[in-house]
Write a new protein. Structure first.
Length: 133
């Protein structure tokens, strides 16, 4: 079995103030913005301990779920794939991702038809590494 590729740079996006309006199907109550920012900063600190560079993108206040950049960019050893989120409230998150990914990839593909279904994503997870950013 081929080993998973190792990344030298990870991309994350700061949580935005509107994350309290994000999409959820969990019954956990409204997110706490200050707590989310603190947890995200701790997450970045832990990533840096893994001998990787961390590129931190600015928050996108107009997109409550934009912290989850792994939903809009699937990164593999050989290419990056910009998805097309299924939720209309997330469509704009892909704007600017090509320029960000072009710093690390010469081969950038796009999924035009929409985000793969949940079952398709599970298959992809078994075949490629999806970076959490």
């Amino acid at each position: 079995m081929e080993s998973l590729c190792q990344f030298s740079t990870l991309i994350v996006r700061k949580p935005c103030i509107n994350l309290i309006h994000g999409i959820t199907n969990a019954n956990l109550g409204q997110p706490n913005y200050k707590l989310a920012v603190n947890q995200h900063n701790n997450y970045i600190d832990k990533l840096k301990l893994c001998d990787v560079q961390v590129e931190v993108l600015d928050a996108l206040d107009e997109y409550p779920d934009s912290t989850f950049v792994e939903d809009v960019a699937i990164c593999t050893k050989n290419c990056a794939i910009i998805t097309n989120p299924g939720a209309s409230s997330r469509k704009g998150e892909i704007i600017g991702m090509h320029d960000i990914l072009a710093k690390y990839y010469s081969n950038i593909e796009r999924i035009e038809a929409g985000l793969p279904s949940e079952s398709r994503l599970e298959t992809l997870r078994k075949q490629v590494v999806i970076e959490t950013k």
